[in-house]
Design a protein around this ligand. Structure first.
Ligand SMILES: NC(=O)c1ccc[n+]([C@@H]2O[C@H](COP(=O)([O-])OP(=O)(O)OC[C@H]3O[C@@H](n4cnc5c(N)ncnc54)[C@H](O)[C@@H]3O)[C@@H](O)[C@H]2O)c1
Length: 393
């Protein structure tokens, strides 16, 4: 039976507008894109040229007030998630907010409070939960084949860090929350989902260790388009970095989970390769991925004891037989859009979790505070009355 299409308004038509391709292109889509708001006239012109029937607004407040909009997708830079999200929720619109939920715990709490007060759906776009890497790693843990998880180590090699995150708003803590919030929230949410837990303490060390030696543009020079040239190598050959940059390019974060698991998250923005490596050690074995996408990505699981290094695991699980679909994050974007539509219509529970997203924001923020302070372990606050809130989606 066909369902009424959800009429969508999108706020922010930048790089992540690619998420909307799935809405625009699919003939049997659950959605119809009706409006876009972006203060940048070039962004509006580009949408208007491609989609002449879509209403264009310069101000998000006009879009959230549009009676033809059922649901608002917030695809703005991170520091605007709270302002735009609150306007949308207070207008009574179901609201999809890209990750991170917000750039601070205070803003995340304000969004959660507004969703509850208005009784509307607040959904966070932590699409990694639906990537084969995360789905398969969760299946491995749930199968019990490695026993009870006791430790995890995440290594995030961000090979295009200088191109993507050190030239525009991402490089300023006030606008991205820092890269432990902006990028780290993805992996922190994914690992909490894999292990079915939340983080209770965090400690960090890190700094600006390479890009402080690269060329920064003049304060009044325009921001270069990160997408137009991404072949800067080695990292110190980068030019035109954001002169106001104050984020770390290398971070090591120690984590304590509610279920007792101890973990480490490492993020480096100047590696030659670009991928995520997750390792989970349990009481009866160890799981680790090599490659993080369909095609040639695999999870190897060692359950029998070895004398030394053994590249041959006891179990090898391909992430997917299909080649990776880069634009759609290995199929996760389509799946998250389907789940949002099903959640909107009350046919399914959200596969992402607002409480877990809040926890990930808090961890990233506190890890940054630990790095910027005296390196102390800090407690992650759980708001009163939410100790049992659903975190695993
Ligand atoms: N889940 C994922 O895999 C994924 C991937 C990429 C980006 N993201 C998230 O998507 C969001 C957008 O990232 P991006 O890379 O597209 O950024 P971007 O800088 O390329 O685009 C942001 C757009 O928002 C517009 N904008 C700025 N202020 C606005 C306002 N007040 N109202 C409306 N529009 C405004 C800008 O003009 C720009 O067009 C970020 O929160 C990012 O973290 C998520």
């Amino acid at each position: 039976m066909s369902q009424t299409k959800i009429r969508v308004g999108v706020v922010g038509a930048g790089l992540r507008f690619t998420l909307m391709r799935a809405i625009i292109d699919l003939p049997d889509s659950a959605y119809r894109l009706v409006a876009v708001a972006d203060p940048n006239p070039d962004a509006r012109d580009a949408v208007g040229a491609e989609l002449p029937d879509v209403r264009l607004y310069a101000d998000h407040r006009e879009l959230v007030a549009d009676p033809d909009v059922d649901a608002v997708f917030v695809l703005t830079p991170d520091f605007l998630h709270a302002e735009v999200g609150l306007a949308s929720l207070d207008a009574g619109k179901a609201t999809f907010i890209e990750k991170p939920l917000a750039t601070s715990l205070e803003d995340a709490d304000a969004l959660i409070e507004a969703a509850e007060r208005n009784g509307v759906l607040l959904y966070v776009g932590h699409n990694m939960r639906q990537m084969p890497l995360v789905e398969k790693m969760r299946e491995v843990v749930e199968s019990g084949v490695i026993g009870e998880p006791r430790a995890f180590w995440i290594r995030h090699f961000i090979g295009r860090g200088g191109d993507y995150f050190f030239k525009d708003w991402h490089a300023e803590k006030a606008r991205s929350g820092g890269l432990l919030v902006h990028k780290g929230s993805h992996d922190l949410d994914a690992m909490a989902h894999i292990l079915g837990t939340r983080y209770v303490s965090v400690q960090g060390s890190g700094g600006l260790t390479v890009y402080n030696g690269a060329h920064c543009r003049d304060a009044d020079a325009p921001t270069p388009d990160a997408r137009s040239y991404i072949d800067n190598w080695p990292p110190l050959a980068q030019r035109d970095l954001n002169p106001a940059l104050d984020v770390e390019d290398l971070s090591h974060v120690n984590l304590v989970c509610e279920n007792g698991v101890l973990g480490t998250y490492m993020q480096c923005h100047y590696t030659p390769d670009y991928w995520r490596n997750y390792c989970i050690i349990g009481t009866e074995g160890r799981a680790e991925n090599f490659g993080d996408e369909g095609g040639d990505g695999v999870i190897k699981v060692w359950t029998n004891r070895r004398r030394g290094y053994d590249p041959e695991p006891d179990i090898e699980i391909p992430l997917s037989e299909d080649a990776a679909t880069q634009d759609g994050h290995d199929g996760a974007d389509l799946r998250i859009l389907q789940n949002f539509a099903d959640s909107y219509h009350g046919r399914a529970e959200p596969l992402t979790s607002i409480d877990a997203a809040r926890n990930a924001v808090a961890v990233g923020q506190l890890a940054g505070a630990s790095i910027g302070g005296d390196g102390r372990m800090l407690a992650v606050p759980v708001p009163a009355g939410r100790a049992g809130a659903r975190i695993d989606g």
